[in-house]
Design a protein around this ligand. Structure first.
Ligand code: HEC
Ligand code: HEC
Length: 448
């Protein structure tokens, strides 16, 4: 009698628990999708695609020479937006007017809101950075612009060799490429044995005409934050560009799109994606075979391919680039190997819908155009010999519905709508950011 009563109590408790936690049974679509995901993953489980929490410092990939800490991440979060470190501008008019975020705009998915990205020598912002253009005082070659579109820095913790041609870092694809490091003075940093991100940013601070000076340390007040982040180093080394690069790297490693619906879905909430996004994910991870290339945690990969797209000079809106730009060579600019010509790194795919410029040459304006391009499988750049084009790039014969579903998965399923959590309220100098020229200040509401 007593046991029966206890059993009844137990059953009641179970029902209550179930109604409180809302049970959800995988639909047939969820079952097919999760099975495809597991099959597409390297590790044979859904975890392969799950991004860690941004404060889970043990789970985020990092450099053993630069272990993550809250203090470094905070300092990096200031420096990334700090227009006050833009001290080595080519002309007086450019001084203190730009930051890393001029070209990696958070609201644009941490890439530029225009085709190219302009820091020194630029003026204006618009809403997402699309309004930034050339400052009259600069000639084209004096501007800080590159011959490829700025990549997104979202989920960059999972990029083994950074930049479109992967030239930074001594590991990964760059093992055995030492003979190339001497050819470009920027690449000597690869000998120092840091991870790619740290290496790139040591050079990046110089390349983008920034500096850490006593003005930065004492007038804006950065000194105590370097002390907090790098207090174990002698004071003579502590306030260096290298440590600024290390702090920036630490911050960038925490920029994870871990609140995207697809992430929430993977973590068990099967209601996080709409039916259309789920069908689109299924297209990505089965029929369209996108995952053959976009296969790592960030849905990019440390491999280089040509998918036949145009170069930036061909878009007609870019500064200081041309048919002769070595950037057009892709991986071959770095490796010197003819077989690497026109091959570019497989980029990450989160928050792609936040800006309107796709591929290294910004040749496509919408995600629908990108999906149509992959579906049609016809190279748009006639200058690329057919044998250089990835053999996976061929007509996919997706239906109209599949194209729409795949586009929805990319646009909203992979969109973390809360990236603002990574943006500071203000930087230590108190200057306007990401840009601080008069036009930008007015557009961004920094002027009264
Ligand atoms: C003038 C625009 C511009 C500015 C300013 C800029 N970047 Fe970039 N960034 C780019 C471009 C362009 C690329 C791609 C470069 C290439 O492929 O050669 C890039 C690539 C990167 C990458 C590599 C991403 C990947 O997936 O491989 C990182 C990391 C990065 N930038 C961080 C930064 C940081 C940190 C700063 C500030 C110190 C900064 N950038 C300032 C334009 C800019
Ligand atoms: C052969 C490997 C490969 C396959 C298969 C592939 N991609 Fe890509 N994808 C790339 C490479 C490489 C790039 C960069 C190309 C460039 O800009 O030169 C890219 C770029 C992209 C971009 C633009 C990203 C950016 O930063 O501008 C999107 C979006 C994209 N791919 C989605 C897809 C989808 C969707 C599929 C499946 C229909 C797919 N890809 C299949 C290799 C591949």
């Amino acid at each position: 009698m007593k046991t029966r009563f206890l059993c009844l109590l137990f059953v009641c408790a179970l029902i209550v628990a179930c109604t409180k936690d809302k049970i959800y049974i995988d639909t047939p679509l969820d079952q097919i999708l999760t099975t495809s995901l597991i099959r597409a993953s390297k590790t044979n489980d859904l975890d392969h695609f799950i991004l860690p929490d941004s404060d889970d410092f043990t789970a985020i990939p990092q450099d053993i020479h630069n272990p993550l800490s809250t203090e470094k991440v905070f300092l990096g979060k200031m420096l990334f937006y700090e227009t006050g470190i833009a001290l080595n501008a080519t002309k007086e008019a450019g001084k203190k007017t730009y930051s890393c975020a001029s070209c990696h705009v958070p609201e644009a998915g941490f890439r530029p809101g225009n085709a190219q990205g302009i820091a020194d020598g630029g003026i204006g912002f618009g809403i997402l950075g699309e309004g930034r253009t050339k400052l009259a005082a600069y000639r084209d070659h004096e501007m800080d612009v590159q011959g490829v579109r700025a990549m997104s820095v979202l989920n960059v913790a999972y990029v083994e060799n950074t930049t479109w041609n992967g030239r930074f870092g001594s590991s990964g694809a760059n093992i055995g490429t030492e003979d190339r490091w001497d050819l470009d003075t920027l690449l000597a940093v690869n000998y120092e044995g840091f991870e790619s991100l740290e290496s790139q940013l040591i050079e990046g601070i110089k390349l983008h005409r920034m500096d850490i000076t006593t003005e930065v340390l004492d007038e804006y007040g950065y000194r105590p934050y370097f002390d907090a982040a790098f207090g174990n180093e002698p004071a003579t080394d502590r306030y260096s560009q290298k440590n600024a690069a290390f702090a920036l790297s630490a911050y960038l490693r925490t920029l994870l799109s871990n609140e995207a619906p697809f992430q929430t879905y993977l973590k068990g909430d099967r209601t996080a994606m709409t039916e259309q996004e789920k069908r689109g994910a299924l297209v990505f991870f089965s029929d369209a075979k996108c995952y053959h290339c976009h296969k790592e945690k960030n849905l990019g990969a440390n491999e280089f391919y040509s998918v036949g797209v145009k170069d930036l000079y061909e878009t007609g809106t870019a500064f200081n680039t041309s048919a002769a730009d070595v950037k057009n060579l892709g991986r071959a600019e770095f490796s010197g190997r003819p077989e690497d010509r026109h091959k570019f790194k497989i980029p990450q795919l989160y928050n792609m819908g936040d800006a309107s410029f796709y591929f290294h040459g910004s040749s496509k304006a919408t995600l629908k155009e990108v999906v149509d391009y992959f579906n049609e499988g016809i190279p748009e750049n006639p200058n690329i010999p057919t044998e250089k084009i990835a053999r996976q790039f061929k007509p996919l014969n997706l239906t109209k519905e599949q194209v729409a579903d795949l586009t929805a998965f990319l646009a909203t399923g992979l969109r973390d709508g809360n990236l603002n959590r990574y943006v500071p309220e203000q930087v230590l100098s108190g200057y306007c950011f990401p840009n601080n020229d008069l036009f930008s200040r007015i557009e961004m509401g920094c002027e009264d």
